[in-house]
Design a protein. Structure first.
Length: 369
């Protein structure tokens, strides 16, 4: 069964050390979830993702509904068996993907009518269908179907969007049948603190869920707005439940937002940057295609313990990338995912030792990306 245990709080910040218990294992928090959009972390076999330190991944309801179809996955034994990942999985609701379709979707009180980005076919997803899909997939954590508020949006537009999200959250909880899957509510409200506080009252107090996410951030708003909202709203969320900041994944943003009390993160940044040749280190920005690495025999990061850094030079990684070899994507992804997993390990250790404030200050002062 699902359970969250709060182990420790940093004395000088809002940072929290915890553990999420699920039917498929435990997750140490703060945690970063690599994104497996279509049932795979791009470029990695599941065993490699585990070896790099990933304890939970995120898969995409919208994409798996369209292809291959949730009923097919259910018939094969669920998403864990389908993708050979016997560790915790979180499924998003499909709300953000539908939001991103723009002109290809129409929002109604009942749900969303949209055109598939694959073949243009028309579909309808309601809160009830979103939960049905996620229950068919068999994830450990499901997300409520929500209406993601765009940026910029007027107060009235954000309020209308929030009202829809609250209504849909009630319907998601009402139709949930699974006793083994957790369901998280989502706080919306755009950049308006009054609306976000209203969302906390409705979603957390009046309805109640197994965990809570802040959504509708990292959608184009200035960075200071992301921090202002996260710092103001996160302490209002129930202390005994996990707190998830959706879609936020730049290393500096993670370090800052852990300090506000966030427990869970996800983002495509490590895998997308790997495919585009941007490699993460704490010391320099490594854009591997640059000619400066043509004869560089050093690893990407001498302090990194990943397979890529132990065995290959920057010169070799540049050669693979310029030659458009598939191995370039794999080796780059191995490094970037390990960088994020090591970052979370260092974050948890600092909270455990009661030194998170100093860790945060030092990291942000030295941060390159």
């Amino acid at each position: 069964m699902f359970q969250f245990t709060l182990l420790k709080k940093d004395p000088s910040t809002g940072a929290r050390l915890g553990k999420i218990h699920t039917p498929h294992g435990e997750v140490n928090t703060p945690a970063f979830m690599p994104v497996a959009t279509q049932g795979t972390v791009k470029g990695l076999v599941p065993e490699t993702a585990r070896e790099l330190g990933a304890e939970m991944i995120l898969t995409n309801t919208y994409h798996l509904y369209l292809r291959p179809g949730h009923e097919i996955i259910k018939g094969i034994g669920g998403i864990h068996r389908f993708m050979n990942w016997n560790s915790p999985i979180l499924t998003d609701s499909g709300g953000f993907q539908v939001y991103s379709l723009g002109a290809l979707r129409k929002i109604t009180e009942d749900g969303v009518i949209f055109q598939s980005h694959i073949d243009g076919s028309r579909h309808f997803i309601s809160p009830e269908l979103s939960i049905q899909i996620q229950e068919s997939l068999g994830s450990d954590i499901m997300m409520c179907f929500d209406e993601c508020t765009s940026y910029p949006a007027s107060f009235e537009e954000a309020k209308q969007s929030l009202d829809l999200t609250i209504n849909w959250a009630r319907r998601c909880k009402t139709c949930k049948n699974s006793d083994t899957q957790a369901l998280f509510g989502i706080i919306q409200g755009g950049i308006y603190l009054d609306l976000r506080k209203q969302a906390v009252e409705e979603i957390c107090v009046n309805i109640g869920f197994d965990g809570y996410a802040q959504g509708g951030l990292s959608v184009g708003e200035p960075k200071e707005e992301l921090f202002r909202i996260t710092e103001s709203i996160t302490p209002l969320l129930p202390e005994d439940k996990p707190r998830y900041l959706m879609g936020v994944g730049a290393p500096g943003d993670i370090v800052s937002c852990v300090g506000y009390g966030i427990d869970m993160f996800d983002c495509v940044i490590p895998t997308r940057c790997a495919r585009n040749g941007l490699l993460f280190t704490n010391h320099e920005k490594v854009v591997i295609k640059h000619a400066r690495y043509r004869n560089d025999d050093a690893p990407v990061d001498r302090s990194c313990d990943c397979y890529t850094c132990k065995n290959f030079s920057r010169a070799y990684l540049r050669h693979l990338y310029m030659a458009k070899e598939i191995l370039a994507m794999t080796l780059n992804t191995v490094h970037n995912i390990r960088y994020f997993m090591r970052l979370m390990e260092h974050i948890r250790e600092a909270i455990k030792e009661g030194t998170y404030s100093a860790f945060k200050k030092d990291f942000l002062e030295k941060s390159i990306i």
